[in-house]
Ligand binder design. Structure first.
Ligand code: PLP
Length: 493
């Protein structure tokens, strides 16, 4: 039986089977201890399975999961690079620490976190870094709250209502700006794939609180006018926010702080190899220039005569963004990565990421998938499918090749966008294999359009009814919901 059609846990259930038995405890019976009220009257409907059934269930589920450990995963903007396994050992060194432990007895982890803060300050060109935020979007929220606090302190909060974002921006940028209470103004992309600087300058005014940019942009194109953009933003008193999700293109080579940015968030789960996917756990440190440091989330990690400690006395802080020390396991992994590679190694990462992206860009163009912008790219690029084909169909056909699709239909400024980011950890052979798979798919689309439109055939679920999934989500498996969902798949064909 293949992993795909294996029975799930409830279907394996047989009355009386057990995977584990709790130890016997001497003392009064549980009914007495819980004194009635808290006791269930009806036993919960839990699956009853043997230990081996349980192990098979989870192993087979794990094999359904597509992962970077399994195959190439060039999801644009997501930087799906290999997570070195040795980092797991490093993270486990700190697994026994308790979040309520006295800082005096946790000096080891605190000095590591202090070291990581320092390294991220150096890499971004920022004066201070907080490790609290638990994702990129969470970092954006922290950064934009600091910008708002800064304008408020200057008595300009009522006047500054606008945040400018380019139309190619990641959706979290405008979402964050509006969560913080700003109105979003979009600036178009120019014909060369860079932000239209004239349109940008026309949108600037003393009402602008901030400009959110990523550089290189989500089109994989470096904003060559960044210094002019920064000067123009600062001239009207706006703050410049750097979405650091694309740092893989420039890490060790260029620094947002030197480009003129005031705030930076980083995605440790992208550039710095901490695990990523399935919704978490992310980690989104934020760096700021000195004028924003008073607003950093509290407490702030500081070092003095008494060693490392948390400074809670931060009267202008935006407050706490995350409980305890943040996602410590990921912070340790990121630190291990930085310290293993060193500055030269990180520079090499950026160079190979850019080289790999350009190689695949050219190889894909040879297979009939031209770039949206005919110029060399940074760590990623946006291509289009061959004339007459839909990106969605190509993406589904890639699944049957055992490969993960690129990011599709984003950025919105390119029709049928295919956004590809191979990362530096893919080999020449896997890049060639990806381009060749796309070539086969183009041939299949011509030779057998029906088979092409019916892909994927080899995955646990076929084409999903995304509208039904959004409108009538079924979030918990049970025998009843299983039947309902199977029925739905039949409806969708
Ligand atoms: C991934 C990403 C984000 C959001 O980061 P999360 O950690 O997923 O919240 C923001 N901007 C860009 C460009 C990204 O690629």
């Amino acid at each position: 039986m293949s992993g795909h059609d294996a029975p799930l846990l409830f279907e394996r259930s047989r009355a009386g089977r057990r995977a584990a038995r709790p130890p016997r405890v001497d003392g009064p019976p549980v009914e007495e201890l819980l004194a009635g009220a808290a006791l269930r009257e009806v036993a919960p409907k839990l699956p009853e399975v043997s230990e081996l059934d349980l192990v098979r269930h989870f192993t087979q589920l794990a094999h359904r999961q597509f992962s970077i450990d399994g195959n190439v995963y060039p999801l644009g903007s997501c930087t799906m690079k290999y997570n070195p396994k040795v980092h797991e050992d490093a993270a486990m060194l700190f697994a026994d620490l308790h979040p309520y432990q006295d800082p005096e007895s946790a000096q080891g982890i605190l000095s590591l976190l202090g070291g990581l803060q320092h390294d991220l300050e150096v890499l971004t060109g920022m004066d201070e870094v907080t490790l609290q935020p638990a994702a990129g979007a969470h970092g954006e929220l922290a950064g934009m709250l600091m910008i708002r606090a800064y304008h408020r302190a200057a008595g300009e909060d009522a006047q500054r209502r606008i945040v400018i974002v380019p139309d190619a921006a990641h959706g979290t940028n405008p979402a964050t700006a509006s969560m913080v209470g700003y109105d979003v103004v979009e600036v178009p992309t120019g014909p060369n794939g860079e932000m239209d600087v004239a349109a940008f300058e026309a949108a600037l005014s003393p009402e602008v609180a901030a400009v959110m940019l990523t550089n290189p942009s989500t089109l994989g194109i470096f904003e060559s006018q960044i210094r002019r953009i920064a000067d123009a933003a600062h001239a009207v008193g706006a703050q410049l926010y750097y979405d650091g999700a694309n740092l893989n293109a420039i890490v060790g080579k260029a620094r947002p702080g030197d480009m003129g940015f005031d705030v930076v968030h980083l995605n440790l789960h992208k550039t710095f190899t901490t695990p990523h996917g399935g919704g978490g756990p992310g980690t989104g440190p934020v760096g700021v220039k000195e004028h924003l440091a008073p607003y950093l989330p509290a407490p702030v990690l500081t070092h003095g005569d008494d060693g490392w400690r948390w400074d809670e006395d931060r009267p202008r802080s935006i407050g706490r963004m995350r409980s305890y020390y943040g996602n410590v396991g990921n912070l340790v992994r990121a630190y291990a990565y930085i310290r293993t590679l060193g500055l030269d190694g990180l520079r090499d990462v950026a160079e190979k990421a850019v080289l790999n992206a350009n190689y695949l860009r050219v190889r894909m163009a040879e297979q009939g998938y031209p770039s949206a912008y005919d110029r060399s790219c940074m760590h990623e690029f946006v291509a289009r499918p061959p004339e007459g084909l839909r990106t969605l169909d190509v993406a589904k056909a890639l699944l049957d090749e055992g490969m993960h699709p690129m990011t599709v239909y984003f950025p919105l400024v390119v029709k049928e966008a295919m956004m590809v980011e191979p990362t530096e950890t893919e080999s020449l052979e896997s890049l060639d294999a990806y381009a060749e798979a796309l070539g086969r798919i183009r041939e299949l689309a011509v030779a057998d359009p029906e088979a092409f439109a019916a892909a994927p055939r080899t995955t646990p679920v076929r084409r999903l009814d995304e509208v039904a999934a959004a409108r009538r989500p079924v979030l918990r498996w049970s025998p009843e919901t299983h039947e309902a969902i199977s029925g739905r798949e039949d409806e969708a064909g």
